[in-house]
Write a protein that binds this ligand. Structure first.
Ligand SMILES: [Zn+2]
Ligand SMILES: [Zn+2]
Length: 203
């Protein structure tokens, strides 16, 4: 790892629709690219300048690193980081560097994570530390499905007590929205999905 970067041993990674959208071209990205952005792991090595993590810490990877300085970062924290977005579009880490390669040349990073691997070098600002007793396969979901579905409920349309929330689609993101909504006081949820198994799981 370079300055402000860490090496993470990947313990669990989920396959997200955003990965599939890169594969089928719906979301054009520079190629070749190592996919995988919903993951958790253990810190194996600290780069220079990283003093708020320890080797062995469990971390969740996040798909949009925050530089902390741009207009998006210094406002309310809900506007995407300009530098992080630019790095994601370019297929680099937040520094603008790439740490992946193969014989024929560079390999691009996927959303600063590239977690479909045994280990990944990522920017310090691409991870959030979690307690070690959070199982890795649960922690990984915090990196995309939970923050996308749960974040929509909490930040975009926070339901008042007495509200009923309607969730369309009970995949990973929909289930996260459902669970977060049910955790709020006096909120009920109606979920719809054409798949019997998903409806059964939601019940
Ligand atoms: Zn995702
Ligand atoms: Zn920023």
């Amino acid at each position: 790892p370079g300055r402000d970067e860490i090496l993470v041993c990947i313990e669990a990674a989920g396959l997200c629709h955003s990965d599939l959208s890169v594969i089928n071209g719906d979301r054009p990205r520079p190629v070749p690219m190592l996919l995988g952005h919903e993951a958790a792991g253990r810190v194996m090595e600290l780069g220079a300048g990283v003093d708020d993590l320890a080797v062995g810490d469990r971390v969740v990877l996040t798909f949009l690193p925050r530089c902390g300085d741009c207009a998006g970062c210094v406002s309310n924290g809900r506007t995407p980081c300009a530098k992080g977005s630019a790095a994601n579009n370019a297929g680099t880490l937040l520094s603008g560097e790439r740490r992946l390669s193969r014989e024929s040349g560079a390999v691009h990073h996927h959303l600063g994570a590239s977690a479909f691997a045994t280990a990944a070098v990522v920017d310090r600002r691409s991870v959030v530390r979690v307690d070690s007793d959070v199982p890795a396969d649960i922690a990984a979901l915090l990196g995309c499905a939970i923050l996308t579905g749960g974040g929509a409920v909490l930040n975009v349309a926070p339901p008042a007590p007495g509200s009923r929330v309607f969730v369309v689609g009970l995949g990973g993101v929909g289930m996260a929205a459902l669970l977060v909504a049910l955790a709020l006081p006096d909120v009920s949820v109606t979920g719809v999905d054409p798949d019997d198994r998903k409806r059964e799981t939601a019940r």
